[in-house]
Design a protein around this ligand. Sequence first.
Ligand code: PAF
Length: 279
Amino acid sequence: MEIFNTKKELRAYLDTKRNHLQIGLVPTMGALHEGHLSLIEEARKQADLVVCSIFVNPTQFNDPKDLEKYPRPIENDISLLESVGCDVLFLPSVEEIYPDPQEIWHIDLGHLDKIWEGLHRPGHFQGVTQVVYKLFQIVQPQIACFGQKDFQQIMVIQKMLEVKNLPVQLVICPIVREKNGLALSSRNVRLSTEGKKKASVLSTALRAVKKDFPNKPVHELTQIGSTKIESIEGIKLEYFAICETVSLEEATVISPDKNYVAIVVAWVEGVRLIDNMLL
Ligand code: PAF
């Protein structure tokens, strides 16, 4: 695997390849797990040359302590990427991505960055689009793979592609789950065995709602999902909602010509867990 720390070197390398090879990008913040590796594997299927970026992006963190605490097991990440045949790792410094620390970024994402996760983390999706835009400009990939686990993030990036008119195709990769259904996340390491068991109710609730969709009205489905989660002691439900997939607006009735997703956030042992399922 080739490793580049600067835009200039990476661009020079990719420029020798892009005429005859399709480039696939997998943007990450490192601390890689099976979920990330599945993105690399998908990118390998759909592109000829796979670039993974590892960059803990400061502009998408609301809390400086979270940024500081963010795990950076880079040697392990490199071995994992090599084990799945990643071709190129882009590992820039903060100065390389943000040479001007005063840089201002704002993109109109409509209400997409103000609801659900955007409400909980103001400015987060502006930071995500800022860095993903830069990565797309540097790598100029034909495809970019993202995990469905961060569903709202994908919708936000899709909107950015439209606003900026960028010719990148987003590939949404399925959520990778533990045997008990718990969606893989870097945060799961902070859960005890008992906590992981409890947390599996998120996927149980999502599956139950999927099974009953579209035979029951939305408010009943939401009730089924919420009640299942709230019935487990030690879990605090933040939200459970059924939304239209593109706008992420909460559904009140189901319309046959639209697609829906159930989204959930709950706290277990002080860890905020997020999950979703297409219905
Ligand atoms: O999903 C992530 O890991 C990050 O939000 C991303 C897309 C790499 C941007 O920093």
